[in-house]
Every structure is written in C-alpha cells, then in structure tokens.
Design a protein. Structure first.
Ligand code: BG6
Length: 473
C-alpha cells in the first residue's frame, strides 16, 4: 500500500544463486507489477563492487526482449549495492544506515525482507547480525533461507536453534524451490478439487507411486559442494520429499498454511527411517564417447569419492490410506533425459494399468493412460492418453519461475509453500541413519555412464521393490 515501504536485502548478492535466480525472479515480478509500489532492492556481499559493475552482472543473467529494455532500466534504478562482512557488527550497522537512508525518514511502515543467498558457514552469524543491527522496528521483518539446512538431523537442529534464538518461526521462510513450481502448486488442486481422483487416491486403487527427477547435466563445477552432500541431500530429502508429502497428505482442514503443513508433517511422521536395503546408489563416469566428464573429473571431487550422484529409494507410509503402497523415489544427475515427474501409479486393475502422470518439467502436463478400443472395425484395446499438456491447453506466454512465485508469497506473508521447522526435522529423521551408515561404511555406489539411464541394476531393483501387491482390491 501507499503507507508502506519494502526493502528487499539480498545477502550473498555476488553469488551464483542471487544472479541466476533471485535477481531474475525479482525482475519478473517487477515487470509484471508485483513488487510493492515503494520498494528498494539492496545487494549485500563481501566484495567491493562498483554499482555499475554490479548492475552489469545482474543484467547478464536477465533475458530481455527489445521492448523490455526500458523496464529493465527502471528495475535497475531500484537496485543498489552495499558491501560488508557477514560477521562484523559494524558492517551490519553500516548496512542498516544504508537501508534507512533509502527508506527515508517519513512515517510509513518500513518492511524489510532479508534473502540469505549465503553459504551455510555464515548463516548463523549473518542471521544474528541482521536481527541485532538491521531488523526493522517499524514494520514486518522476514528472513528467507535456503538449503542446505544442515547435513543431518543434529546439524539441522543446531541451525534451527541458532535461527530461532533471534527469529520467530513466523518470520522465517525456508525455501524449497520445488514448492514454487507450477505443477507442484497444482497438485493439491488436482487431488482435492476433483472427486474422481479423491475417490481412488488410496491403497485400494493405487499400486505404487513413483517420483522421478532426472537431469542431463552433471555437477559441472559444483563438485566441491556436491561431494559433501550427495544426491540424497541435494534432491531427495527436500525436493522429492516435498512432492511425496503433497501427493500423500490427507485433506487439510483449510488451505491455511498451518493446516496444510500439519497434514504434510503427519505423512512424514508415518514413514520409518530409510533402511540401506531399500536404497540403490549410483555415481556417473565419463560418457562412452569421452565427451562428457565423469563425476570424479569434476573440480573438487576426490578420486576416492563414493558420493552418490544417483539414488533410488522406496518408502512405506504406514497409515490407513497408504500402508503397503511403495513410494519409489529416483533422482540422478548426468542421465539420458531431463525430467521431473510424479506418477501416482495405477488406479484400476485389469487390462493395463491406468497410469496418471503429473509432469513437473519440462513441458508441464497431466495425463492419464487409459484403455481405449482401437478405432475402426477392430475390437483391440489400445493404450491412449487423456492429455492435459499445458502448452496445448493454456495460452500462457510463460510460466513464472518458481522463485518468482515464492518471493511473491514472502511479500504477501503467505507461508504454505515454505518448509516449517517440524517438517524439516521429520524429513531428517527419515534420512539421517542411512546417510550416516553410507558414510561410515563408505558404501560404494554402482557406476553408470554419463548420459545413460542410471545404474544397470535399476530396472531389476524397481521390479523387486515396486509392484509387490500384498493387499487390496
Ligand atoms: C537444486 C540442486 O536444489 O535443484 C541442484 O542443488 C539441482 O543440484 C537443482 O540442479 C534442480 O532444480 P531445477 O529447478 O533446475 O529442477
């Protein structure tokens, strides 16, 4: 409103995340008129960069058409830069002065949003410095943080406790950017807005659920970071588990953020800690033609690394709705195709299985494989698709990036698409024992070639874990 001013402060403004995601998302919001009327965007980082230079860097990652050039110019007018450290009181006091100066001394409400695009090593000191020195006393304060939230249950708790010493849970927005993706946001609507799905969304009709994330790229220069974390922490424990909990949750009492997240937590709490017997690990090697490097050729990856770049795991949700239905999660880098998909399995026994596919990316789509009579004089059954491909159905010129959607939520104070602390705890409880075991016993991943479908034993592994029908219809 007219009576408010909002300052968005990006910490780690000279880093990758800020350039690749945060600034382009803010530009998208600006262009479509979703940023508050009175708003400043302040970049903050250690390096001393001239404002001009900084703006050049920001624009290098923002794609604009000729007609948008003027909009970009206007966007850059609200962008400024301030340098300082992440652990010195004076630096934060200086930042506070910088922001106050931009906000002006009038009596409008002064909201401040802090976006921590920072490495975990400075998370705690920065969140403390911000609270003590830069916190707005005349408006709302919101702190955006992003994974890694620790490496296991204990380290995540340490981080949570340090954050909650200074910030109220209500002020903390933990990003999992998959929650900002169009199709992930559509999941609840599909499930609870369609009686046809609601009726069969349980163990009596669904034989298995598969959630798949495939990337064609390898770690590409991020090997140093990646080697510390591995694919389970990078993708499965957060992105895939968010999808799993929305697919599996019960109907929330209302769409209110707490009600929605209460249901998600219930799902997570019904899952036992993952056992090593239910996991398949892989690591990519160079491609057959030698054109693509193997994981161990990436900078920062030690030669004896056993970090997994591929993982498949199967989970049981021990509640009335799902007990006995395998939820098979797969994720990997350097595979044959790029795809994120969620297939809540077959809905009806008999002929072929009806498969409902919810494709998150690329090319958002919902389709269901159905049996159809072959048209013509034949009576043969053929598998066809009821198909809701977004590009055919909707005339959207573009679907906003996940970060755009999430930053807009933060501006509105809407929290359903952010991770609550107990959700995070519950997810870590499921993965911590197996992660520790893998590390302690140095369990070797099965090698697969860059650009292949993953470890060779994958299909057999899925057969063994996937289609057990111990109950049902
Ligand atoms: C990030 C992971 O969280 O998600 C990356 O750290 C991964 O390793 C990325 O590449 C995938 O996100 P998207 O939006 O490209 O599917």
């Amino acid at each position: 409103t007219e009576k408010e001013n909002t300052a968005i402060i990006i910490l780690g403004a000279s880093g990758d995340l800020a350039f690749k995601k945060t600034y382009p998302a803010l530009f998208g919001l600006f262009k479509n008129d979703f940023l508050p009327k009175s708003c400043q965007i302040i970049g903050y980082a250690r390096s001393e960069i001239k404002l001009d230079e900084f703006k050049k860097r920001i624009t290098s990652k923002i794609k604009v058409s000729d007609e948008d050039k003027a909009v970009l110019e206007r966007f850059l007018e609200i962008c400024t830069y301030c340098s300082g450290s992440y652990d010195k009181k004076e630096s934060f006091q200086n930042l506070d002065k910088f922001v106050t100066n931009l906000e002006g001394e009038d009596d409008r409400k002064k909201n401040r949003i802090f976006y921590m695009a920072l490495p975990p090593t400075v998370f705690i000191s920065a969140s403390e410095g911000l609270k003590e020195n830069v916190y707005s006393k005349k408006g709302d304060n919101r702190l955006i943080v992003e994974k890694p939230f620790g490496k296991d249950f204990d380290s995540s708790r340490v981080l949570s406790r340090a954050l909650s010493k200074h910030w109220k849970e209500d002020e903390i927005y933990r990003i999992d950017h998959y929650l900002g993706k169009e199709m992930v946001k559509n999941l609840m609507m599909l499930r609870f807005g369609n009686v046809i799905f609601g009726a069969v969304w349980n163990r009596y009709y669904i034989s298995n659920v598969q959630i798949t994330f495939k990337e064609v790229i390898g770690t590409e220069g991020r090997g140093g970071y990646f080697n510390e974390f591995g694919i389970i922490r990078d993708i499965m424990q957060n992105h895939l588990f968010q999808i799993l909990s929305i697919v599996a949750m019960g109907r929330p009492v209302t769409l209110d953020a707490e009600d929605v997240r209460n249901e998600k937590v219930k799902v997570l709490r019904s899952i036992k800690p993952l056992s090593i017997d239910d996991v398949l690990l892989g690591q990519y090697t160079r491609s057959a033609d030698g054109k693509n490097k193997g994981y161990k050729d990436d900078e920062g990856v030690p030669q004896d690394s056993y970090t997994a770049t591929f993982a498949a795991a199967v989970f049981n949700i021990a509640n009335e709705r799902w007990d006995g239905v395998p939820f098979i999660l797969k994720c990997g880098k350097a595979l044959d195709e790029a795809k994120a998909e969620d297939v809540p399995g077959s809905i009806y026994p008999g002929l072929a299985r009806n498969e409902l596919v919810i494709r998150i990316q690329p090319k958002e789509a919902v389709y269901m494989k159905v049996m159809n009579k072959e048209p013509g004089l034949s009576n043969a059954a053929v598998i066809s698709e009821l198909d809701l491909s977004y590009t055919d159905r909707y005339s959207l010129s573009r679907i906003p990036d996940a970060y755009e959607s999430l930053i807009l939520d933060v501006l509105k104070g809407e929290k359903s698409n952010f991770v609550r602390d107990d959700e995070l705890d519950a997810a870590w409880k499921i993965f911590t024992p197996v992660l520790h075991q893998i590390e302690k016993e140095k369990i070797k991943p099965e090698l697969y070639e860059f650009g292949s479908r993953g470890p060779a034993s994958l299909s057999r592994w899925i057969e063994n874990h996937g289609y057990k029908r111990t109950h049902g219809y």
